[in-house]
Design a protein around this ligand. Structure first.
Ligand code: NAP
Length: 325
C-alpha cells in the first residue's frame, strides 16, 4: 500500500510501505479520507512520538470501508462504511485499529465529512463532559474556539445547554463561532481575555475551561474558574509552565486536569467511542451536529494541507482524500 512517509529533512512523500494486517480484535480499513490534527504537525517535527505499539505513520482519524476482520470481531463486516479514532496510521491506503474504536459513517455523509468527526468530537465530549463533568446550564470557556476541537465543542455545548465563551484569533472566526452557537467571544489579538470573560460570566465565573494553550493562559484561567470548576488542559500551544497560586485552588476547590486522548488505553478509548455512538452520533443524522470543514486536499498534497493548519487561519478541519489517487 501507499502511505505518507516523513523523510529525514521532514518532507512528506506518498510512498510504498508494508500493508498492516489486523490482530484478532482489530479491523483493517481501506481509507478513503483522513484529517489533519495539530498532533500530526508535532509528530512530523519530531516532538510527539507515537505511543508504544502504534503505527509510526501520521494520522489520528480516518473514514473508509472495512476491508478485513480479526478473528474475534463480530460487530462489523467487510464493506461497512466506517470512521475511526486511530493511535496513528491514517495517512495511508489501509489502516488497522481495534474494532471498538470504530463508528459508522453517519447516514448521508461523505467519507471526507466522516473523517472530520472522530478526533474532535471525541476530544470535546471526553474533556467537557467526562473529565469536567459539566452539567446543563454551567458556563464553558473554550480557547481556540474556531479550531477543529473548538467547533465541535461549541456544537456539543449548544445542544447540551451550556453557554459558551470563545477566544479566537480574528473577527471572521468569532462570527463563525457565534453562528455555531457560542454566546460571546474575545479576539486573542486584542489582549487579555480575563475582563471580557468576567463581564460575560459575572462574579460566579465559568465552571469549565477547555484549554489547548497552557502556560500563558494559566493564571487568567484559574482566576476565572467558579468554585468546584474544572480547567482541562489539552495542549501547550502557549507554553508548558506558569506560576500557580495554590490558595486559589484550595479556596475554590478547583480541579486542574491534564488530558491526552491518543495515549489512553484501548479500553478507555472503547468506552469513549461507545458513549459517542449513543450520545453524539444520532445528532449527525438529525442535523443537530455537523462537520466543519475548512479545506479538502488530495493526500499527495499533505505538505500544503499541513501548512494550511499551521497557518492558524483554518476554521474547523482540514481533510485529505485518499481515494482520488
Ligand atoms: N489532548 C488531547 O487529547 C487533544 C486532542 C485533540 C487536540 N488537542 C489539542 O487541541 C488544540 C486544538 O486542536 P485542533 O486540531 O482542533 O487545532 P486547529 O484546528 O489546528 O486549531 C488550532 C488553533 O489554535 C489557535 N492557536 C494557535 N497557536 C496559539 C497560541 N499560541 N495561543 C492561543 N491560540 C493559538 C489558532 O486559532 P486562533 O488564532 O483563532 O486562536 C489555531 O488555528 C491543539 O493544541 C491540539 O494539540 C489535544
Amino acid at each position: 500500500m501507499k502511505a505518507i512517509v516523513i523523510h529525514a529533512d521532514k518532507s512528506l512523500h506518498w510512498e510504498e510501505v508494508p500493508t498492516p494486517t489486523p490482530g484478532p480484535d482489530d479491523v483493517a480499513i481501506r481509507v478513503h479520507a483522513t484529517a489533519i490534527n495539530r498532533a500530526d504537525l508535532m509528530q512530523r517535527a519530531g516532538l510527539y512520538p507515537p505511543p508504544p505499539g502504534a503505527s509510526t505513520i501520521l494520522g489520528l482519524e480516518c473514514a473508509g470501508e472495512i476491508s478485513a476482520l480479526g478473528a474475534n470481531v463480530a460487530q462489523w463486516k467487510v464493506g461497512d462504511k466506517v470512521c475511526a479514532l486511530l493511535a496513528g496510521g491514517g495517512y495511508a491506503e489501509t489502516v488497522v485499529c481495534p474494532a471498538r474504536h470504530v463508528l459508522p459513517v453517519p447516514a448521508g455523509f461523505s467519507f471526507e465529512q466522516a473523517a472530520a468527526l472522530p478526533e474532535v468530537f471525541a476530544t470535546a465530549f471526553l474533556n467537557i463532559y467526562m473529565e469536567a463533568h459539566t452539567q446543563p446550564g454551567q458556563k464553558v470557556l473554550l480557547h481556540a474556539g474556531a479550531s477543529g476541537v473548538g467547533t465541535a465543542a461549541i456544537q456539543l455545548c449548544q445542544a447540551l445547554g451550556n453557554p459558551v465563551f470563545v477566544t479566537v484569533g480574528d473577527q471572521h472566526k468569532l462570527d463563525t463561532c457565534l453562528q455555531l452557537g457560542a454566546s460571546a467571544g474575545h479576539l486573542r489579538t486584542g489582549g487579555d481575555f480575563e475582563s471580557a470573560v468576567k463581564a460575560w460570566a459575572g462574579s460566579e465565573g465559568v465552571h469549565t475551561i477547555l484549554d489547548p494553550v497552557g502556560g500563558n493562559y494559566f493564571e487568567q484561567n484559574i482566576r476565572l474558574l467558579a468554585s468546584d470548576g474544572h480547567l482541562v488542559i489539552i495542549g501547550l500551544m502557549g507554553g508548558r509552565s506558569a506560576p500557580l497560586d495554590i490558595g486559589r485552588l484550595l479556596v475554590k476547590r478547583i480541579r486542574v486536569v491534564g488530558s491526552t486522548l491518543r495515549s489512553r488505553s484501548d479500553a478507555s478509548k472503547a468506552d469513549l467511542i461507545a458513549r459517542l455512538r449513543t450520545e453524539v452520533w444520532p445528532g449527525f443524522s438529525t442535523g443537530r451536529f455537523r462537520p466543519i470543514i475548512h479545506a479538502r486536499y488530495p493526500i499527495t498534497q499533505a505538505e500544503q494541507a499541513m501548512a494550511d493548519v499551521a497557518s492558524n487561519g483554518t476554521i474547523g478541519k482540514v481533510v485529505m482524500s485518499v481515494t482520488l489517487m
